[in-house]
Design a protein around this ligand. Sequence first.
Ligand SMILES: Nc1nc2c(ncn2[C@@H]2O[C@H](COP(=O)(O)OP(=O)(O)OP(=O)(O)O)[C@@H](O)[C@H]2O)c(=O)[nH]1
Ligand SMILES: [Mg+2]
Length: 150
Amino acid sequence: MKRHVLLIGSSTCGKTTLCQRLNGLTIKYQKTQTIGVINNTIDTPGEYLENRNMYKGIIVAAMDSDLVLFLQDATDERFRFSPGQAAFFSIPVVGVVSKIDIATKQQVADALEMLELAGCQKIFLTSAVTGEGTDELLDFIENGEIEELI
Ligand SMILES: Nc1nc2c(ncn2[C@@H]2O[C@H](COP(=O)(O)OP(=O)(O)OP(=O)(O)O)[C@@H](O)[C@H]2O)c(=O)[nH]1
Ligand SMILES: [Mg+2]
């Protein structure tokens, strides 16, 4: 992966699992305690999004990134991003709906709509467990015309 990608989303939404999948690693559960770098993916703890006073950690990490991923767990009843939040970043922000393997069609549609509201122009539907949608995401990270999303 040539581009540096920053993953943001609430606790347990699947950031670390997706990082493992994107890097072709064995999927194994590990709670994220601090910002971690696996090759070119930058994994953040959910708390960085959930606590306002940690948000500056995300902004700093974004300085070293080419692309931000907003992850929304499709099975999470709560929407974790605010409307227009993508505009906070000066680099492109892409939405990722996670856990589609265990979500209903309606849950996936709702998560998609919420990520659109947050300002994501491009959104991928994924399961890091089954791998559904992750090849498309990886291809976009590596070859997509991300400059058009700013
Ligand atoms: N069914 C299903 N489970 C998933 C998927 N992605 C992650 N999980 C599960 O959700 C739980 C949390 O996943 P993590 O990847 O650790 O979540 P995280 O966003 O890194 O969480 P924090 O590090 O706490 O911020 C684990 O038990 C994963 O196995 C998915 O696509 N489908
Ligand atoms: Mg994690």
